[in-house]
Design a protein around this ligand. Structure first.
Ligand SMILES: [Zn+2]
Length: 262
């Protein structure tokens, strides 16, 4: 039934935007160490007014209030609108592609964690251990129920963590942050080998392109911090979604496909 599928997809999109809206507030509360970061009521960070349910409808409230707080009329960063939209689209895509619930539920939890870590790093250049450590624990327990055998993922986690750990040690934290080590472990557990490698590769390409763009058009100095680790999250999402497809494309295009097959 096409209608049943349509309802499922719309539902996934709405669930994604609601979680996106909640996550935006969660990131804000975690960063500013507000009490009750998990259960607290949402309030305007400027005027502290507790928001009513109609101020919290994902996408619509932002659009209807012209991107401003309904009470003090301070501008709400466009990032929050974008965050809700991206959450909605990611949830829609995953539910549309993966039909079995045993597959899609862990994938949605993984996507949620990656998106929260991405926006946190993007907004505040920080990795919050209260998010990344539970995410690693969950990803580790998922390893025992996956398609491939556990070592496949555990080795990738070791390589991912080691890759950033070595850079962190050599540069004494100048090239990469300690948070990137957690990212490497998490993505290794989620993706396994060789998709982890593809993810690192994609993250570097996107990172370099963004850096070039910022230097050319935004007066971005060489000393400005760019959260390179943050690009691992979108790359990780793409690899979770259809990493094998990209890997095959790369192998065919580079001619390496005749030597390796996955
Ligand atoms: Zn306000």
């Amino acid at each position: 039934m096409i209608y049943a599928e349509l309802i499922l997809w719309v539902g996934a999109f709405i669930l994604g935007t609601v979680l996106g809206s909640f996550s935006g507030a969660l990131i804000h509360r975690l960063h500013f160490d507000k009490p009750g970061f998990w259960t607290g009521r949402s309030e305007c960070p400027e005027c502290k007014t507790t928001l009513k349910w109609w101020n919290l409808i994902p996408l619509f409230s932002y659009a209807l209030q012209h991107g401003k707080c309904a009470y003090c009329h301070k501008k709400i960063p466009f990032t929050y609108f974008l965050l809700e939209l991206i959450f909605g689209l990611v949830f829609l895509l995953f539910v549309q592609k993966f039909s079995s619930t045993t597959e899609v539920i862990p994938l949605l939890i993984a996507a949620w964690a990656l998106l929260v870590l991405f926006f946190y790093d993007y907004l505040y250049l920080e990795v919050d251990l209260r998010i990344v450590i539970p995410a690693i624990v969950l990803a580790f327990s998922w390893v025992f129920f996956r398609e491939q055998s556990p070592p496949f993922y555990l080795i990738a986690a070791l390589i991912g963590g080691g890759f950033y750990g070595i850079q962190f040690a050599i540069s004494r934290g100048k090239w990469v942050g300690a948070g990137d080590i957690y990212f490497g472990i998490l993505l290794g557990l989620l993706l396994g080998w060789p998709l982890l490698l593809l993810c690192l590769f994609m993250a570097y390409i996107v990172g370099v392109l963004v850096a070039i763009y910022l230097m050319l058009f935004k007066n971005y100095g060489r000393k400005s911090a760019l959260p390179m680790g943050a690009f691992l999250m979108p790359a990780g999402l793409v690899c979770l979604y259809n990493g094998d497809w990209w890997l095959n494309l790369y192998l065919t295009w580079s001619g390496l496909g005749q030597f390796y097959s996955f």
